[in-house]
Design a protein around this ligand. Structure first.
Ligand SMILES: Cc1ncc(COP(=O)(O)O)c(C=O)c1O
Length: 380
């Protein structure tokens, strides 16, 4: 049997990794400034993470959601504490798409409605409702097109209000910082408008924090950058995944406690298993112990300073360590040269001119210096 050939591959075969260093099968060392699509949040094979997962496996790795699993309760409490979202309840699943699928489903159950508002350039995953709210016709199969989704531009205050006035929408879903789309953000005024208009017309606000959550933007959740202005934003549902497991496949939805659960409403075989809980607890413990949200803020600011030294950079986008450098040329060649000449992984996006920088949250100033030296070398 061969593999179903859907991934264009770089010719690199990693065999081990530690922190931001990745070693390939030929003994070549690479620096990972991409974290495998923003997944590696505390560094590859962090000792605490490895220890916790091994210890868990020595006890019990998996049982289904038909038994008690106190690790899930501990995890919910810890996420609530670190995110300042203790007034939400946690449902665990296995990926970002599944998190959004369940978020949209909950919004529809709760309101009895089915239409959704999403935004231009959004990426919410590849499953049924999640892919329908993703702004990419190429990955929407005919079977996904049954969903009724209205795409709006960020800052379309009137369009949003007009659509929600119809009373037909169950949800508005958005990324506070778009990942795959290229790091665009709504203004605080627009995010506030979405929150207020959703409340007025009875639609659920879904914050997709799959990529921007778990501290990457400098706050636990990126929507929290918009809560300093009154009134504070409290999404009805928050979806999480990626950095949550530092590579272990785990996702979840935080559902505001005002939304009631009932037996059987949501469910999954693997979601919330013992290993997934241990992986996520390890990530949270390291985030807290190593002050990684503070590090994301400080190093994000340092990255901004260093970027000013590179005249070809037209704009720096993003927050914390969810960053991108915009050029006036397509970056695909530059990314290849960074891999093959400088041995560094970086990311692309729907915006062809944007080089994405999504490292582990415990990188250092020295790592950023090395990145910029390599970038300058490739830009001469
Ligand atoms: C914001 C956002 N939501 C959802 C997803 C889908 O996550 P997954 O690939 O784990 O299904 C992604 C993946 O890139 C994402 O960036």
């Amino acid at each position: 049997m061969k593999l179903f050939d859907v991934y264009p591959l770089y010719d690199v075969t990693p065999v081990s990794a530690k922190g931001i260093e990745v070693l390939d099968d030929k003994g070549q060392k690479y620096l990972d400034f991409y974290g495998g699509h923003a997944v590696i949040s505390i560094g590859h094979s962090h000792p605490h993470y490895v220890e916790r997962l091994k210890a868990q496996l020595d006890h019990i790795g998996f049982y289904s959601n038909s038994i008690k699993n106190p690790l899930q309760n501990e995890l919910a409490t810890k996420i609530g504490e670190l995110s300042n979202c203790g007034d939400y309840n946690l449902f665990m699943c296995n990926s970002g798409a599944e998190a959004n699928e369940n978020a949209l489903k909950m919004a529809s159950f709760h309101t009895g409605k089915s239409k959704v508002i999403a935004f231009n350039n959004a990426f919410h995953g590849r499953t049924s409702a999640a892919v329908a709210t993703t702004d990419n016709p190429k990955i929407n199969a005919p079977i996904n097109k049954q969903q009724e989704v209205t795409f709006l531009a960020f800052e379309d205050f009137d369009g949003l209000e007009k659509a929600l006035q119809s009373g037909e929408y169950c949800a508005v879903i958005l990324e506070a910082i778009q990942g795959v789309g290229g790091l665009d953000e709504p203004s605080s005024a627009f995010y506030q408008h979405i929150a207020k208009t959703c409340k007025t017309y009875g639609a659920m606000l879904i914050a997709d924090e799959v990529q921007s959550g778990f501290g990457r933007s400098g706050y636990f959740f990126a929507f929290q950058h918009h809560t300093s202005t009154s009134p504070g934003i409290r999404p009805d549902i928050i979806s999480i995944a990626k950095g949550m497991g530092n590579g272990f496949p785990v996702g979840g939805v935080l559902i505001h406690e005002s939304i009631e659960a009932s037996y059987g409403l949501l469910g999954t075989t693997f979601g919330g298993n013992h290993l997934a809980c241990a992986a996520t607890m390890a990530v949270l413990e390291v985030l807290e112990k190593e002050n990684l949200m503070e590090n994301a803020v400080l190093l994000g600011a340092y990255f901004l300073e260093k970027a000013k030294e590179v005249q070809q950079v037209k704009k720096v986008k993003g927050r914390g360590l969810m960053l991108g450098l915009e050029f006036d040329f397509a970056v695909s060649d530059l990314r290849k040269r960074l891999i093959h000449n400088q041995y560094m992984f970086t990311g692309g996006s729907a915006n062809k001119n944007l080089l994405r920088f999504l490292p582990a949250l415990n990188i250092t100033k020295d790592n950023i210096n090395v990145f910029f030296e390599a970038l300058k070398a490739e830009l001469v």
